[in-house]
Design a protein around this ligand. Sequence first.
Ligand code: NAD
Length: 244
Amino acid sequence: SAELEGLRALVTGGASGIGLATARLLATRGAEVAVLDLDPRGVEMPLLGFAADVSDDASVRAAVASAASALGGLDILVNNAGIGAAGTVEDNDDEQWQRVMDVNVLGIVRTTRAALPHLRGSDHAAIVNMCSIAATAGLPQRALYSASKGAVLSLTLAMAADHVREGIRVNCVNPGTVDTPWVGRLLGAAEDPAAERAALQARQPHGRLVLPDEVAAAVAYLAGPLAGSTTGTALAVDGGMGGL
Ligand code: NAD
């Protein structure tokens, strides 16, 4: 359906995985879509690619301005860019903590700050942040990643409160284990990737990994006009693993 016809969307981290699936689905539903990523050269038409690093404020401001100008404004911002980290509090040093918080949390702050003046010009403004079940599930070996996504969840609720009266909705999606290149890299590092994949699937309550398109569909719903009365929520797409 053309539910998002006439809307203009920017997806960070949109050159791979969940972000790419989301950018494609938003376009399929009728939106005009720009992707912001470290290296968006592989992104195909009709998606527009803009290079930026969400940990670099100047590059974010330049890319958001270029995207808004190419699209003629912005209605939807999907803050999806993020990086992972494994380990307990003893395994990551201060520099690793600062790096992951900088990308996963401050990346959203920077992109949102740059996008808000454009979103204020929209009649259907929506922000969707990519969070994770790690925000609430208490996963082992994910101290830093979980703390970063816990911050994304709290930030989503605070942003929703701050901007609801100016007509900007803010929600987040909490995926479980999604079959993206990210998870492919983790499996590829295992001794027996096929056995590791089977074990990972067996740990999912619904017996398989979450599909990127399933996460994209949740984002598209929260970003669209039919979610017009929904703000400050987290939508779990986790096969029953541990959502809110
Ligand atoms: P991915 O690695 O396949 O894609 C991430 C994209 O973000 C890449 O294109 C990468 O270039 C981009 N990116 C990374 N750092 C960036 C930066 N500093 N500036 C701009 N772009 C940057 O990963 P994915 O699995 O699609 O994950 C996307 C989001 O979903 C992340 O926020 C992640 O935390 C979240 N998530 C993933 C899973 C999962 O199981 N894959 C589960 C829950 C949440």
